[in-house]
Design a protein around this ligand. Structure first.
Ligand SMILES: [Zn+2]
Length: 338
């Protein structure tokens, strides 16, 4: 049995920074899916709006979150950080970000110098994947891919029981999988066209919903738009769940784009499981069933007959729990005690 440890998990997003002191054991990725998984316990938490007015302000906010949790009665043993940025994992550096003013910041060393605790940082989508793998929908899988459908599309790959990070630590940018060479311009900080993100992110779903509202003024989407409501991914999901045919068609089309992306990922990485998370995945099976249908007809055998496509299982704590899992997996190698 692994030793119980206290680690600080930090989840740095474009709008909020969440940190939690988590009590957990190092996850055993090799355990069967049927095994009972001890859910990490959140002992204490601190959340603040991310100050994006300057790089210094953002870093100050991050340091402040960790400092608050260091004041509690329980001493943390390590810090794990997930950040919504491109990360050079080996160097512990933030390379660049879209929604944060962080570029070329040695965040790991900066936090280590400040708190003298072993620290590890990674991209937030990788961290989400590790969290699901350790404690959520991915328990028992040796080969798993997670896609996070949020403002953009992020991803994380677990291959042969190890997170796959690539040469520069930036692997898993699955939102930039090209699904249409001549497709729409990628909305992110990316020079390409036709990336999955341009079709399956929450913002893309919102844009498709607005187009449908215009084309079908008598649909639920059309009426909501005419009434002056903001037609975005969230409203789209709600109307689809209420049965609005136009909204359902938009969600289904999004699910098909997602399915096409999963086909390519399956043919390359051969995972046993895809986990789909993020706010835009709230449509659940309305989104996943069309993805499964596309997958069942277009992926290669044997994957197409046995790969599972499921929703993420960790709830709103996924970011901090994933960051804690990252710290436990990376900083406490198996077999080393205390
Ligand atoms: Zn792109």
């Amino acid at each position: 049995m692994e030793t119980e440890r206290f680690v600080i998990g930090v989840d740095i997003g474009g709008t909020k920074t969440a940190a939690a002191l988590v009590r957990a054991r190092r996850p055993r990725p090799e355990r069967p899916a049927s095994a009972d998984v001890e859910t990490p316990e959140i002992v204490e938490r601190f959340t603040a709006a991310t100050d994006t007015s300057s790089p210094e302000a953002t870093v100050r906010g991050i340091v402040d979150c960790v400092a608050r949790l260091r004041q509690g009665p329980v001493a943390a043993q390590a810090v794990g950080v997930g950040v919504a940025s491109m990360v050079d994992f080996a160097a512990g550096r933030v390379i660049e970000s879209v929604n944060l003013p962080l570029a070329d910041v040695a965040l790991r060393d900066l936090l280590y110098r400040r708190f003298s605790l072993p620290t590890v940082i990674d991209n937030d989508a990788n961290v989400a994947a590790l969290g699901e793998w350790a404690y959520g929908a991915g328990v028992g899988a040796r080969d798993m891919i997670m896609l996070t459908l949020g403002t953009g599309v992020g991803g994380g790959i677990v291959s042969g029981g190890r997170p796959l990070r690539g040469f520069s630590g930036a692997a898993g940018e699955l939102g930039h999988l090209i699904i249409d060479m001549d497709g729409v311009k990628c909305p992110a900080n990316c020079p390409s066209w036709g990336c999955l993100e341009a079709y399956a992110a929450g913002s893309a779903m919102g844009a498709a919903a607005r187009a449908a509202a215009e084309q079908e003024p008598f649909s639920g989407l059309g009426r909501a738009s005419a009434a002056g409501r903001s037609v975005d991914g969230r409203l789209l999901t709600r109307l689809a769940r209420e049965g609005d045919a136009a909204a359902i068609r938009v969600v289904e089309r999004t699910g098909e784009y997602l399915g096409v992306g999963l086909v390519s990922l399956s043919n390359i990485f051969d995972p046993e499981l895809f986990v789909i998370g993020g706010g835009a995945a709230a449509a659940g099976d309305l989104l996943l069933e069309p993805a499964r249908r596309v997958f069942a007809t277009r992926a290669l055998r044997p994957a197409r007959d046995r790969v599972r496509i499921v929703s993420a299982a960790l709830g709103p704590e996924a970011g901090v729990v994933g960051a804690a899992a990252l710290a436990l997996l990376e900083l406490f190698p198996p077999g080393r005690s205390a």
